[in-house]
Write a protein that binds this ligand. Structure first.
Ligand code: 6PG
Length: 472
């Protein structure tokens, strides 16, 4: 066998499926994993194809065409550095390493800067779409070294998902842009999942819908303006029987959400660069709150809320109102994520094109949704668009849907149904469209207790006042 065109390190489900996807498109791939059960599995699946897998790192590296292209699909964090260290003794100048995991963008930047000094190219590349995406076409978010990108672009285009013939991959920008865009993707994913779960709570506990009715509602929504992968899988969840017992599986799953960190990273960086993304923050916080199960159960036993009611009005009207509210939530979540991404691009000099990002999220990824077509269009028409909520094509919906959202929030608050993401969307919208916010009082307080100074409406400059003292 002549040398393999690509190498893949990490042959878990994602790595293995990406190898098979690449092979389907005519690329020969060598795989490496320390775990022999994984290499054996790939060797079986790859029988008759131009695929081989080994547990021997030297044999792996030496089986590749030079300059080499080695993709990594290993857990984020120190493991990426260990893998690079294992590979390095066998690499030569100009070899390319592509980290396809969910690495933190700051780690990616450090790796780029370190490896370039050793004449190696390093790229951070986000992959979204889970196991099926990896196997049959994910959304791929590559960034960094342009020379390296140009070498692998045809392969990435071949294996990516396609929408109307367009490959769901494109160059995202300089440095760690690929991993940054993937982090933003995941933050929006967290927000939308939280929004849907809040709707589930309202439909189940306030409107009293059965699992079958919940399936019907989500299925109908998935075929309308909320058409999206997350809505489709939500509808499917409400048809899944519990293999281990009676009834549907959903009712047996513990109500404690886990997370691997990408949503929290986005919230942390939003705070660092100074952009508000309250829907994503709320989604991260709510996952944490959900995991405090024992504390919640103990607290619930001490707390009796009075006058809780269930829906007595028209069910269809309520469901339609909720559909509007959720649609507004989707738009506002994309708006927050993309506006933060624009600021990050300016801050970190990524040179990200927001229309391009939206267009490659139209297929393959977890947040793919019909509305991404219109989002792409909005940013293509107006490249300097500050916020998606300002686009006429979205104002058309939002100007009406926010009233549904307000109505839903009143109900939720009265019925003690927590809706932090829906409400964060509402407050973000109301704040964004407020010419005046009460921050003058905050400035007064800051200057009062700390001489932090303030600006005035009526003249330029920075001012400090000797405030009237507290009168008791
Ligand atoms: C994707 C997903 C994926 C994500 C996991 C779990 O785009 O395919 O975003 O990359 O990491 O689905 O994320 P959490 O464990 O943080 O929920």
């Amino acid at each position: 066998m002549s040398a393999y065109s690509y190498g893949m390190v990490g042959l878990g489900t994602m790595g293995c499926n990406l190898v098979l996807n690449m092979s389907d498109h005519g690329y020969s791939v060598a795989g490496y994993d320390k775990d022999a059960t994984k290499t054996d599995a790939l060797n079986k699946l790859g029988a008759g194809k131009q695929i081989m897998a080994t547990t021997d790192v030297k044999a792996f590296v030496q089986s590749l065409e030079v300059p080499r292209v080695i993709m990594l699909l290993v857990p984020a964090g120190k493991i990426v550095d260990y893998v690079i260290a294992d590979l390095k003794p066998f690499l030569s100048d100009h070899d390319i390493i592509i980290d396809c995991g969910n690495s933190h963008f700051t780690d990616t930047q450090i790796r780029i800067d370190t490896l370039v000094k050793e004449n190696l190219h390093f790229m951070g590349l986000g992959v979204s779409g889970g196991e099926t995406g990896a196997r049959f076409g994910p959304s791929i978010m590559p960034g960094g070294d342009v020379e390296a990108y140009n070498r692998v672009a045809p392969m990435l285009q071949a294996i990516a998902a396609k929408v109307n013939g367009d490959a769901c991959t494109a160059y995202m920008g300089n440095g760690s842009a690929g991993h940054y865009v993937k982090m933003v993707h995941n933050g929006i994913e967290y927000a939308i999942m939280q929004l849907i779960s809040e709707c589930y709570h309202l439909l189940k506990n306030y409107a009293g819908l059965s699992n079958d009715e919940l399936h019907q509602v989500f299925d109908t929504w998935s075929k309308g303006k909320l058409q999206s992968f997350l809505m489709e899988i939500t509808a499917a969840v409400f048809t899944q029987n519990d293999d281990a017992g009676n009834g549907l599986l959903i009712d047996k799953i513990a109500d404690t959400a886990h997370q691997k960190g990408t949503g929290a990273w986005m919230s942390q960086d939003a705070m660092n660069i100074g952009y508000p993304i309250p829907a994503i923050d709320a989604a991260v916080s709510q996952r944490i709150l959900s995991s405090m199960k024992a504390e919640r159960v103990a607290a619930a036993n001490t707390y009796q809320i009075e006058n809780l009611q269930t829906l007595t009005g028209n069910k269809t009207d309520f469901i339609n109102q909720l559909e509007d509210a959720l649609h507004a939530g989707y738009i506002i979540s994309y708006a927050q994520g993309l506006a933060m991404l624009q600021l990050a691009s300016d801050t970190y000099k990524y040179n990200v094109n927001i229309a391009t990002v939206a267009s490659i999220w139209r297929g393959g990824c977890i947040i793919r949704a019909a509305m991404l077509e219109d989002i792409t269009e909005a940013f293509t028409q107006q490249p300097g668009l500050k916020n998606l909520m300002l686009a006429a094509s979205f104002q058309k919906y939002l100007s009406k849907e926010v009233y549904s959202l307000k109505g839903i929030l009143k109900t939720a608050i009265n019925q003690a149904i927590p809706t932090p993401a829906l409400s964060a969307c509402m407050h973000y919208y109301d704040s964004y469209f407020s010419a005046w916010l009460p921050a003058n009082l905050i400035q007064a307080q800051r200057d009062f207790f700390g001489a932090h100074t303030y600006e005035r409406n009526d003249k330029d400059g920075v001012f400090h006042t000797n405030w009237n003292q507290i009168i008791r």
